[in-house]
Design a protein around this ligand. Structure first.
Ligand code: GLP
Length: 249
């Protein structure tokens, strides 16, 4: 397997290292007068990375003025100002606290309906390409082995599209939605090919609940049944784990 693992005592230490890598990349691009294209993730896993980036902005003057961001996914249907939306999450945890240009923030739009959805997905792919492609993609991992919302069965050639959420994924999301009946059944997600096109990928895994899926992902056969296993074929992918998540490796 090609995935490189780094194991930390705790998620705070791992998150600090990942935030530093992102900050260094932003600065390196700034020095060259280039944009930095970041693929960003939601969920509990990246929260500390975002907190550290906000701290660097506030304490060290790290500027995000050259950053163009593309989030992995959004529920469908989902209003932007809904507290469960990934739009809300990203603004709450990162965008409201840094100097990124709002027009450089891209998040799949959970309010599109009907035929406009397909056009929206194509447009999302187009925007990533026009920006120059993803320099860095941050990932968490779901218990089904999904990255973004690429659930089991996702094809390695898949692009940004609508996906039906796995039951396990909806169970895991239920507490935040105060009951599974309130969890949307679908989402818009970047595809496997979209994620794999990133020049650099870092996946975060914290806690013993992730140990089983991390083992399957790192040591298992590459399979559409565990979409994260596709990452084994990426030439520059690192898993940043704590002891709990790495406990079965
Ligand atoms: C959701 C997101 C994924 C995320 C996963 C794990 O399903 N769409 O991008 O990786 O949750 O979430 P957490 O980091 O809270 O464990």
């Amino acid at each position: 397997e090609k995935i490189h693992n780094i194991i930390f005592d705790n998620s705070a230490d791992g998150s600090a290292v990942v935030a530093k890598e992102i900050a260094d990349l932003i600065k390196e691009k700034q020095a060259k007068g280039e944009s930095c294209i970041l693929g960003l993730a939601t969920g509990s896993s990246p929260i500390r990375v975002y907190r550290e980036l906000v701290r660097m902005h506030q304490d060290e003057g790290l500027s995000f003025s050259n950053v163009i961001s593309f989030n992995l996914d959004e529920y469908l249907p989902m209003e932007k100002d809904n507290r469960q939306s990934y739009h809300y999450f990203m603004h709450e945890h990162l965008f409201n606290h840094i100097d990124i240009d709002p027009k450089n923030v891209n998040i799949p739009n959970g309010t599109v309906t009907g035929d406009a959805i397909i056009e929206h997905c194509l447009d999302y792919e187009r925007k990533i390409k026009e920006a120059g492609g993803l320099d860095f993609q941050l990932l968490g991992i779901g218990r089904t082995g999904h990255i973004g919302f690429n659930e089991p069965g996702s094809h390695h050639n898949s692009a940004t599209r609508v996906i039906t959420l796995d039951h396990i994924t909806r169970v895991d999301a239920a507490p935040a939605f105060l009951g599974i009946d309130n969890v949307p059944r679908r989402a818009i997600t970047m595809g496997i090919a979209t994620v794999m096109s990133a020049k650099r990928i870092v996946l975060l895994g914290w806690g013993p609940n992730k140990a089983d899926i991390i083992k399957k992902t790192v040591e298992g056969e590459i399979s559409s049944q565990v979409p994260a296993t596709y990452l084994q074929e990426h030439s520059n992918c690192t898993f940043v784990l704590d002891k709990g998540a790495a406990s079965e490796l």
